[in-house]
Design a protein around this ligand. Structure first.
Ligand SMILES: Cc1cc2nc3c(=O)[nH]c(=O)nc-3n(C[C@H](O)[C@H](O)[C@H](O)COP(=O)(O)O)c2cc1C
Length: 323
């Protein structure tokens, strides 16, 4: 059975959006945004902050398992952190070898590690050895820092470090998020290691999903920005696999989506300050307008609005932006 995972996206997808997207359906699992491991040991509340699902047996309310992602470049500190995290019984621990953010890279973490496969192996091995075998340790990597010269070596290093599976985001660090994703390199990784490889990068539609599987030969995929822009994508993929692809009209989808956007708005106000809440809503709408003209028009109406009462009134009159 082919699986579809929701990608970690720090600053874009948190537990609230994970809750809504996995409720729409089609996802077999998700990964939390990364938790950075630096000099000082992380208190248990940090794990619960990025992954409140830990208090629900590591699952979203609709039952989708959420793996906690750690990012760091120091094997012993990563191991110590993983061992603390293990006390909260996560459904899995994922290791980040792909983040291109300068604040993270400056300390040698995330994508910078792709220059040092031996260090990647040691990180994976230390974490693997630090937690009970009932907790899978997985990894997510890019193709390299600047080029693909060490891609296969990195994948082999993670495999020999004991990871149970490997997500490959088919771009280098310097590619950032620019298309294309080099799916043919995922195929090469899959042919190189024996652990399952999950394909990631530039899946925005069911057609992309099908082509990605064809090119990579991977059974399973992970979807990032496409999941936020199109909350029904995973469900459509699942339906197509079950042989019953039923394309809804955009209007019908929007009719189902609008209550979720309203719920998002209600709940985001409980989480962040009134100053930050409108920005969070606009961030999601900005993604949604890629697919939905209704979101485009709502986004434009909300763009200048900073007052939360006013945001509420715009959302309460959907007829005004339905055309
Ligand atoms: C805003 C943003 C935040 C991200 N944060 C993370 C992260 O915390 N951990 C991680 O492994 N990847 C992170 N990624 C990378 C995504 O998980 C994914 O690999 C990438 O977006 C490619 O997939 P896509 O083309 O389907 O979006 C992030 C991507 C974006 C756009």
């Amino acid at each position: 059975m082919s699986k579809v995972f929701l990608a970690p996206m720090d600053g874009l997808v948190d537990s609230l959006l994970r809750d809504l997207l996995t409720r729409v359906g089609g996802y077999d699992g998700a990964v939390s945004e990364f938790l950075r491991v630096s000099g000082t040991p992380l208190p248990l509340r940090s794990f619960r902050r990025v992954c409140p699902e830990l208090d629900n047996r590591g699952r979203t309310r609709s039952g989708t398992p959420v793996v906690v992602q750690l990012l760091g470049s120091h094997p012993e500190r990563m191991a110590e952190t993983a061992s603390r995290l293990a006390k909260l019984a996560p459904v899995g621990i994922d290791l980040n070898f792909g983040c291109p953010a300068p604040t993270v890279n400056r300390h040698g973490g995330g994508a910078m590690l792709l220059d040092d496969p031996e260090l990647m192996r040691r990180i994976a091995r230390s974490v693997r050895d630090a937690v009970p075998h009932t907790i899978p340790v997985t990894a997510k990597m890019r193709l390299g820092v600047r080029d693909t010269g060490k891609t296969l070596e990195c994948a082999r290093a993670l495999e020999s470090g004991g990871v149970a599976s490997l997500v490959v985001h088919a771009r280098t660090k310097i590619d950032a998020y620019r298309p294309p994703a080099h799916w043919e390199w995922i195929a090469r990784v899959r042919e190189t290691v024996t652990v399952p490889v999950i394909a990631n990068g530039e899946i925005w539609s069911v057609a992309d999903y099908e082509r990605c599987r064809e090119v990579t030969g991977c059974k399973d995929v992970m979807i990032g920005r496409g999941a936020v822009a199109d909350p029904f994508l995973a469900r459509r993929i699942r339906a197509s696999l079950d042989g019953g692809l039923r394309e809804e009209t955009l209007d019908a989808e929007w009719g189902e989506l609008l209550p979720l956007v309203s719920e998002f708005w209600m709940r985001v106000q409980q989480r962040v300050t009134p100053r930050h809440a409108p920005g969070r809503l606009k961030l999601w709408l900005n993604s949604l307008r890629r697919r939905y003209p209704q979101a485009e028009s709502l986004y434009h109406r909300l763009r200048p609005v900073i007052d939360i009462q006013e945001v509420g009134s715009v959302l309460a009159v959907p007829g005004d932006f339905a055309d």
